[in-house]
Design a protein around this ligand. Structure first.
Ligand code: AMP
Ligand code: GLY
Length: 421
C-alpha cells in the first residue's frame, strides 16, 4: 500500500514510524515532511495548507490511503477534497474539524449538550467585551475563536491585563480574523490531562492518557509553547476519572456531533482539567496532540494503520486495541530562545542507534547533513517499566544528540512523579 501523510512535525514523524510497522506498507509520501522524516518517507515540498497542491499530487501518485495530521488542512477541508477524488483518509471533514477551529462552536456545543466546561460569554464587539470585564471574576481567560497556532489563549491575572489582551486581539487584530470573535471564560484550576481518542462517530476508544508540558521553562515558567515534553500515562487519570469522562464527556461529545449533523471521524483530542467539581473540557482538538502523539503512539501495541482504516470504514467497534503496560517520556529539544527569537542552521548529530527513538520536527536536510530549521527541533522518546525509568532513559538518549543552541527542560515528568508518590 502507498500511504500519504500530510504534515511535517514530530507528530507526523511518530505516525509515520508507527505505520511503517505494518507489513503491507510499501511506500510513504510525506507532504511536506522534513529532513528527519526523509529517513522514513519520501518527502515532497508541498505545504500542508496547500490543498490544491495536495490534490494535484494525490491525483498523480494515487496513494491508497492518506492521513491528514495537522489542524489547518483539516479545517480547510483536506479530507473532504481527498475523498471527493476517491482517496480514503484519516481525519475529520471540515464540518467536524470545526470542533477545534472555532472555540465559539465548541463552547456552544458543550453548553447545548451539557458537557462540563468552564462558564463563558462570547463577544464580537470590543466595547461590550471591555464592559463585561469591568466586573468579571479575576483571573479570567480570554480565547480567540479561530486557530492561532496554540497561542490564542490568555490567562489574565488582573483586569488591566485582560482588557489589554482584548484590545490587542479585537482592535490591533493580533491574530487576524481568528480574533474577530472571542470567548471570555471562567478560570479553572486542577491537574491537566490530555486524552486522545479514536472515533468513527459510533464508537470512541480513548488512548493512553498523557500530560503535556506547555511552558518553555522549568517549573512551568516562561512563555507558552507548542509543548516541551510529555509523559504517559498521566497519573491523575485514574480508572474512576476515566469512567466519569467516558460517561460525561467522551460519549456525549460524539453524540452531540452526530446530532448536529457533523459526525466526527479521526482522532478527537480532549484537553481536560480535573477540577474540584469534576473533569471539565478545556479544549478539543481535531487531531493527535504534539508532543502527546510522541508518547502515546510508542505505547500502542496494535497496528496503527489497521485502526485508522477501521475508523474510516466505521468499524472501530470490531478492532482489538492493545497497549504496552509501560510508561513513556518524550523530551523536546528546541533552539534556545524558542518560542520567541532563536537562531537556526546548526548541524544536528544523532548516533545511529538512537534514531529509532527520535521524532524530528524542525530540521532540514542540507548537503547530506541534518540542520536545525525551527523552534522545536526534535523529540526523543523512551519507554520503560515505570515513569522514573522512562524519564531517566529519555534524558540519557537526549545527551547523545548534539546541535548548536540546544535547549530543553530538565524537569519533564517531575510533576507526574510527585503525583505518583
Ligand atoms: P489551549 O491553547 O486551549 O490548550 O490553552 C492553553 C492552556 O491554557 C491550557 O493548557 C490551560 O493550561 C490554560 N487554560 C485554558 N483554559 C483555561 C481555563 N478556563 N482555566 C484555566 N486555565 C486554562
Ligand atoms: N500539545 C497540545 C496540542 O497538540 O495542541
Amino acid at each position: 500500500m502507498k500511504i500519504m501523510v500530510i504534515g511535517g512535525g514530530g507528530r507526523e514523524h511518530a505516525i509515520i514510524k508507527k505505520i511503517k510497522e505494518n507489513k503491507s506498507v510499501e511506500k510513504i509520501y510525506a507532504l511536506p515532511g522534513n529532513g528527519g522524516i526523509a529517513r522514513d518517507a519520501e518527502c515532497f515540498p508541498i505545504k500542508a495548507t496547500d490543498i490544491d497542491g495536495i490534490i494535484e499530487f494525490a491525483k498523480k501518485y494515487r496513494p491508497d490511503y492518506s492521513i491528514v495530521a495537522q489542524d489547518d488542512p483539516l479545517a480547510a477541508g483536506c479530507v473532504d477534497s481527498l475523498e471527493s477524488i476517491g482517496i480514503p483518509s484519516f481525519g475529520p471533514k471540515a464540518e467536524a474539524a470545526i470542533i477545534e477551529s472555532s472555540k465559539v462552536f465548541s463552547k456552544d456545543l458543550m453548553k447545548k449538550y451539557n458537557i462540563p466546561t468552564a462558564k463563558y460569554e462570547v463577544f464580537d464587539n470590543v466595547y461590550t467585551a471591555l464592559g463585561y470585564l469591568d466586573d468579571a471574576p479575576i483571573p479570567t481567560v480570554i480565547k480567540v475563536d479561530g486557530l492561532a497556532l496554540g497561542k490564542g489563549v490568555v490567562i489574565a491575572e488582573t483586569r488591566e491585563e485582560a482588557k489589554n489582551a482584548v484590545k490587542e486581539i479585537m482592535e490591533d487584530h493580533k491574530f487576524g480574523k481568528s480574533g474577530d470573535r472571542i470567548v471570555i471564560e471562567e478560570f479553572l484550576e486542577g491537574p491537566e490531562v490530555s486524552v486522545l481518542s479514536f472515533t468513527d462517530s459510533k464508537t470512541v476508544v480513548p488512548m493512553i492518557s498523557s500530560m503535556d508540558h506547555k511552558r518553555a521553562g522549568d517549573g512551568d515558567t516562561g512563555l507558552n509553547t507548542g509543548g516541551m515534553g510529555a509523559i504517559a500515562p498521566n497519573p491523575y487519570y485514574t480508572k474512576e476519572v476515566a469512567e466519569k469522562c467516558m460517561r460525561e464527556i467522551f460519549l456525549p461529545t460524539i453524540e452531540a456531533m452526530n446530532a448536529e449533523g457533523r459526525p466526527f471521524k479521526g482522532c478527537l483530542y480532549f484537553g481536560l482539567m480535573l477540577t474540584e467539581n469534576g473533569p471539565k473540557v478545556i479544549e478539543y482538538n481535531c487531531r493527535f496532540g504534539d508532543p502527546e502523539a510522541q508518547v502515546v503512539l510508542p505505547l500502542l501495541k496494535s497496528d496503527l494503520l489497521n485502526i485508522m482504516q477501521a475508523v474510516t470504514e466505521e468499524r472501530l467497534a470490531d478492532e482489538e486495541i492493545e497497549w504496552y503496560d509501560e510508561s513513556a517520556c518524550c523530551i523536546v529539544a528546541a533552539s534556545d530562545g524558542y518560542p520567541a527569537k532563536y537562531e537556526k542552521g546548526y548541524e544536528i548529530t544523532i548516533p545511529d542507534d538512537v534514531w529509532e527513538n527520535v521524532f524530528v520536527a524542525g530540521a532540514i536536510s542540507e548537503d547530506g547533513k541534518l540542520v536545525t530549521s525551527g523552534g522545536r527541533v526534535l523529540g526523543v522518546t523512551a519507554r520503560a517499566g515505570n515513569l522514573q525509568e522512562a524519564i531517566e532513559a529519555t534524558y540519557g538518549l537526549l545527551d547523545t544528540i548534539e546541535f548548536g543552541n540546544k535547549y530543553y527542560r530538565v524537569d519533564i515528568g517531575q510533576k507526574a512523579l510527585k503525583a505518583l508518590k
